[in-house]
Design a protein around this ligand. Structure first.
Ligand SMILES: C[S@@+](CC[C@H](N)C(=O)[O-])C[C@H]1O[C@@H](n2cnc3c(N)ncnc32)[C@H](O)[C@@H]1O
Length: 158
């Protein structure tokens, strides 16, 4: 194969295939409706990196939730936590997100709109988070704003 981008796409698909086959968290996504997977290749690393925060994390903020796959992971991993999800929820992401997260009820808050608007709302509320996952806009300036969210630990999607 001579096209480097095709080779890269093939390798990426293979990494996801291997990660899915060995994902200890695979079962938490069963029966849910996702089109994209930005999570499978990361659950093992996340579970090792954030293991020591698992029992003490009670307030989680996620910027960029899309259909809710990473949101499901955080709610399962931080089993005692409340999660605030921020996203533009474009097209049918909102319906999929609502369906995929319906089991979590009062543990979840959804803020629809840009992260800069959501962060304004959260600041007015004096909200502070134990853990923040930044996976919204990947433009440099937006990421810098998102990483200014009030919290103790901020993880970014690569
Ligand atoms: C990579 S996807 C998130 C995937 C999700 N974390 C997961 O793993 O399932 C990025 C999301 O960020 C949202 N987004 C992009 N720019 C945004 C902004 N300025 N404010 C809020 N959300 C934004 C998009 O609508 C999209 O759903």
């Amino acid at each position: 194969m001579s096209d480097p981008s095709a080779r890269q796409a093939q390798l990426r698909a293979r990494v996801i295939e291997l990660a899915l086959a060995q994902d200890p968290y695979g079962h938490i996504f069963a029966g849910k409706d996702f089109r994209r997977d930005y999570v499978a290749a990361r659950t093992v690393a996340w579970s090792m990196l954030f293991k020591d925060m698992r029992d003490t994390t009670s307030r989680v903020l996620e910027i960029g939730s899309k259909e809710g796959r990473s949101a499901v992971f955080w709610l399962e991993f931080f089993a005692g936590a409340h999660l605030t999800c921020v996203d533009l929820f474009r097209e049918d992401d909102a319906e999929r997100f609502d369906r995929n997260l319906s089991a979590y009820g009062t543990r979840l808050r959804k803020i629809v709109g840009t992260s800069i608007r959501a962060l304004g709302i959260l600041r007015e509320e004096n909200a502070v988070f134990d853990f923040i996952y930044v996976d919204g806009s990947h433009r440099r300036d937006d990421v810098m704003v998102d990483c200014s969210a009030p919290g103790a630990c901020c993880a970014m999607a690569a």
